[in-house]
Design a protein around this ligand. Structure first.
Ligand code: NDP
Ligand code: BG6
Length: 482
């Protein structure tokens, strides 16, 4: 990093900042990736002095990066940190903030790590103090609103004060090493491209399964739900990377233009698909890793009669020449059987079999987390008499090849902001197209008061999700695995 910077984190004492942002910045420090005079300034209402704030961050580093914590390095990192007490609604305090920022630094970045209802106040305060100069960058944390209307309102406020090129809408999934590896796999190899289309692919499945519940975020989550929290952003971004056309280069707009085309090509929802192609679930109590866990409706901050979904499975289709007719199944949920994020490409069966017994169609499983590997299921001759074939798999485990430390998603994205590379951030038109596609689902659930179906914590979700795939003659990956 060869530019000095002032990075201001609004919401700098919050959960996200302590759990993700400071640890990510500390990791960047371990690799010498932060300019020696770069400063990090946290802003929040709590009255703290610099020493108290640094103690808080030090505690967070020890807690969230226990293996990486090094006293000398932490001291160097903590010395960059200062604290600025401020209520974002008090415009007079922004002029004070301006005085405390170093006008000689090459780059000032404002990170809005607060709920979106505070965005307008912060943008207004920055604008009133003249802090929205062309050299500044602004990072917007998700959720960017709760529907199409509110996201447009936020964007309007932001884009009145900043040019689109100054705005970095973060989706930490795009910063994950494994998600970027999907790009490398698709566009760094010729092997897959001839197969990557409707001629050879029967269906695609994208899963982000979590074992955690809503933890301390019950109130936030109950106003949000899995569809807004995961599908509108992380899952659609994964879908774009799986389905996009090869970009002409890695230039930010070349990549984002192709992603946008995918979202724009998603088949709009109809009355029938809203009824038949989406499953809304909510976890009941159950057992996970031998421990009993409570129902969602008994979590702290969640009303007993909540009808918020903690699980979504849906069938989407991309209406273009490459993908027409290929079902894309997306699902995500809390308190599921395993923590696993994966992309499964189910290929079509051979058109004619010369072997006795059934032939399993080929399947490629790209695991994004917790492991990073690609498994290709193929048919092979079973040893012995006769010509019987059986399913075997070829494994490619990336940790066998790469010994280097993987960058954390927030670390990569924060460095990209400081360096001015927006490739992995959502452009306004992408975010807007994603909201446009999800809005009919939100409206349908609200108008029809669609209640989620219960599923037992520690399972793969409601049985209705299996019917979703079965209707298309396929099954979720874990239901077919050997
Ligand atoms: P928290 O509630 O933990 O933190 C909110 C922060 O904002 C605190 O630092 C709080 O400090 C500050 N704040 C609140 N009101 C004001 C105000 N009027 N003026 C100045 N500061 C204020 O939230 P999170 O950190 O969990 O989340 C922040 C945003 O990031 C949310 O939109 C959340 O949805 C999103 N997010 C969070 C994730 C997570 O894992 N936590 C993951 C992805 C997104 P104080 O009260 O002292 O002012
Ligand atoms: C966040 C969601 O954006 O992503 C959380 O708000 C979710 O609810 C998290 O748990 C999942 O991220 P990861 O990186 O742990 O898969």
């Amino acid at each position: 990093m060869n530019e000095t910077f002032d990075l201001v984190i609004f919401g700098g004492t919050g959960d996200l900042a302590l759990r993700k942002l400071y640890p990510a910045l500390y990791l960047a420090e371990t690799d010498g990736n932060l300019h020696a005079s770069g400063r990090i300034i946290a802003a929040a209402r709590q009255q703290l002095d610099d020493a108290q704030f640094r103690a808080k961050v030090s505690e967070a580093l020890k807690r969230f990066l226990p293996e990486k914590y090094d006293e000398a390095l932490a001291t160097k990192f903590l010395a960059r940190l200062t604290y600025f007490p401020l209520d974002v609604n008090n415009h007079a305090q922004y002029a004070q903030m301006k005085r405390s920022l170093d006008e000689r630094v090459s780059r000032t970045v404002f990170y809005l790590s607060v709920g979106p209802s505070l965005f307008p106040a912060i943008i207004g305060g920055l604008q009133a103090a003249g802090l929205n100069t062309p050299e500044t960058r602004i990072v917007l944390e998700k959720p960017l609103g709760r529907d199409l209307k509110s996201s447009r309102e936020i964007n309007e406020v932001v884009l009145k004060a900043f040019a689109e090129s100054q705005v970095y809408r973060i989706d930490h999934y795009l910063g994950k090493e494994t998600v970027q590896n999907l790009l490398a796999l698709r566009f760094g190899n010729t092997l897959l491209e001839p197969l990557w289309n409707r001629t050879w692919v029967r269906d695609v499945q994208i899963t982000i399964a979590e074992t955690v519940g809503v933890e301390t975020r019950g109130e936030f989550y109950d106003n949000t739900g899995a569809f807004r929290d995961m599908v509108q952003n992380h899952m659609l971004n994964l879908l774009c990377i799986v389905a996009m056309e090869p970009p002409s280069s890695l230039d930010p707009d070349a990549v984002r233009d192709e992603k946008l085309q995918v979202v724009r090509s998603l088949k709009p929802w109809t009355a029938e698909s809203l009824r038949e192609h989406i499953v809304r679930g909510q976890y009941r109590g159950g057992t996970l890793a031998g421990q009993s866990v409570p129902a969602y409706a008994s979590e702290e901050g969640v009303p007993k009669d909540s009808i918020t979904e903690t699980y979504v499975a849906l069938r989407a289709e991309i209406a273009n020449w490459r993908w027409a007719g290929v079902p894309f199944f997306l699902r995500t949920g809390k308190r599921m059987a395993e923590r696993r994020a994966e992309v499964v490409i189910n290929f079509k069966a051979p058109p004619h079999s010369i072997f006795p017994g059934a032939l399993n169609p080929n399947r490629m499983v790209i695991t994004l987390q917790p492991d990073e590997n690609v498994r290709l299921y193929t048919m092979a001759k079973a040893p012995g008499d006769g010509m019987r074939v059986r399913e075997v798999h070829l494994d490619l485990d990336f940790k066998d090849f790469f010994r280097e430390r993987r960058q954390d998603a927030y670390e990569r994205l924060l460095l990209d902001v400081l360096r001015g590379n927006p490739t992995l951030f959502m452009r306004n038109d992408e975010a807007d197209a994603a909201w446009r596609w999800v809005q009919p689902v939100l409206d349908h659930w609200q108008h029809e008061a669609i209640a989620p179906i219960g599923y037992t914590a520690g399972t793969w979700g409601p049985p209705a999700a299996s019917r979703l795939t079965a209707k298309e003659g396929t099954a979720w990956h874990e239901e077919t695995s050997v």
